[in-house]
Design a protein around this ligand. Structure first.
Ligand code: ADP
Length: 422
């Protein structure tokens, strides 16, 4: 166990989702570290919560269960008094899981007979009403998620979706209980338990609902949710929002942006950075495929530019260009090649003194974090909803890093992020 036991232990089923949860906990007053996978030894930081980032959303259920149980064991070893299993706010899951199987395995390991499940995150437009999940203005299955390549969501009724993945009986704590507050939620839980229900979907349409729900969860060994429920938990441990929770060491060194996301928001951010007159270099996947040493060329280009302020190196492109590249190279091969290149550039930039780095793209972030050998991130202040600055130590020294998932962040994100650190 670390010198000071942690309060809350979190298991996240993907990487940028872990950061999103950590960000909400920090804003509600917890000092938080995110680890990449399950650490080998004891935690070496004094914090209130740890978020273990797994990549278990779409792998086979038995592997997801195994990884999650490993994370649970480690978190309990660090003194965690409550466990939070975090999944996507669009309840991303395959027909087999993994939300149901992982939840049931964690319940069994913790010896608990009841938990909740709710992806509600009103700040991001995810609300649950009568057990139905809305993403933005419409139901989940009309939000675009019905076409997701890996986890198509065709049923917005979460009681049904989760029941199909579970042995346990699923029930609903509906809006009437969450609107009335913790006592009403506790009464509803007692009623559901009497009916043999072990997991309950919870309605929540506003942050107030989540804040009222919080106290009712204080004694639950396991909470399962998107990142929204996190806003109501730190108060159960006597913590309130404070700037100290997000304090990071002062930023130094050179600044750079690496962008491998081709999402709509990232395309706008790249255009905005270029329009501001700052140095930017585009990578061409077809040239890389034909043998160009793109990393060496990009680093040679960056070196003289870095001393004048942030530089941008990007493979970000519009959908037609991406499709054409994917058609010629294959979707996976193109993605992996670009990720490898951006990872090598991240390492080269750190070697050249970059100490403030913005990375855009979920998979791209994974590749860069891996290339930099990062295993642990201290979570700092939020730049935009879901995207905080983080701080870590690498072989080349301390690094301020932010990992932006594709569609997050305002148009001026790449310049705003550095201004905030300064
Ligand atoms: P997002 O968070 O926007 O989904 P990701 O980094 O997760 O971004 O995914 C983008 C994927 O697209 C990565 O695998 C990346 O390597 C790949 N990619 C980036 N640029 C290009 C490009 N120009 N052509 C084809 N694939 C690309």
């Amino acid at each position: 166990m670390p010198s000071q036991p942690i309060k809350l232990g979190c298991i996240a089923d993907d990487f940028t989702g872990a950061t999103d949860l950590a960000n909400n906990l920090v804003r509600a007053g917890m000092r938080v570290v995110q680890t990449i996978g399950v650490p080998e030894g004891n935690l070496n930081a004094e914090v209130d919560a740890v978020v273990v980032a797994l990549k278990s959303r779409t792998i086979a259920p038995k592997h997801a269960v195994k990884q999650s149980l490993n994370a649970l064991q480690w978190l309990r070893g660090q003194g965690a008094r409550q466990i939070y299993f975090k999944y996507c706010s669009t309840f991303d899951s395959t027909a087999q899981g993994n939300i149901g199987p992982v939840t049931e395995a964690l319940m069994a390991a913790l010896g608990t007979d009841f938990t909740i499940a709710t992806p509600a995150f009103p700040d991001n437009g995810r609300t649950v009403f009568k057990g139905y999940l809305f993403a933005g203005e419409g139901l989940l299955n009309e939000s675009g998620m019905q076409n997701h390549p890996l986890t198509p969501m065709n049923d917005p009724n979460l009681v049904r979706v989760l029941q199909a993945q579970c042995q346990s009986k699923i029930g609903l704590i509906d809006y009437r209980a969450t609107a009335m507050g913790a006592d009403a939620v506790r009464a509803r839980i007692a009623e559901l338990k009497g009916q043999g229900v072990r997991i309950a979907i919870v309605d929540a349409v506003s942050n107030d609902d989540l804040l009222r729900l919080g106290p009712a969860l204080a004694d639950m060994p396991l909470v399962t949710a998107g990142s929204g429920v996190a806003i109501g938990l730190p108060a159960n441990f006597g913590l309130a929002p404070t700037p100290q929770a997000s304090a990071l060491p002062p930023a130094t060194g050179l600044r750079a942006v690496l962008s491998g996301s081709c999402s709509i928001a990232t395309n706008k951010q790249v255009r905005h950075f270029i329009a501001s007159g700052r140095p930017a270099l585009a990578l061409d996947p077809l040239r890389i495929a034909s043998g160009q040493d793109a990393a060496a060329e990009a680093l040679a280009w960056a070196e003289p530019n870095l001393k004048n302020g942030p530089v941008l190196i990007y493979s970000t492109a519009e959908p037609d260009t991406v499709k054409s590249v994917q058609h010629q190279l294959g979707v996976d091969a193109a993605g992996a090649m670009v990720e490898r290149t951006l990872g090598a550039i991240a390492r080269g930039l750190a070697e050249r003194g970059v100490r403030q780095l913005v990375v855009a793209g979920g998979e791209t972030s994974g590749a860069c974090v891996q290339a930099l050998g990062i295993t642990q991130l201290q979570i700092g202040p939020q730049i935009d909803p879901g995207v905080p600055w983080c701080h870590t130590n690498t072989a080349h020294g301390a690094l301020h890093l932010t990992l932006k998932s594709g569609n997050f962040g305002s148009e001026d994100f790449f310049t705003k992020a550095f201004a905030q650190l300064a």
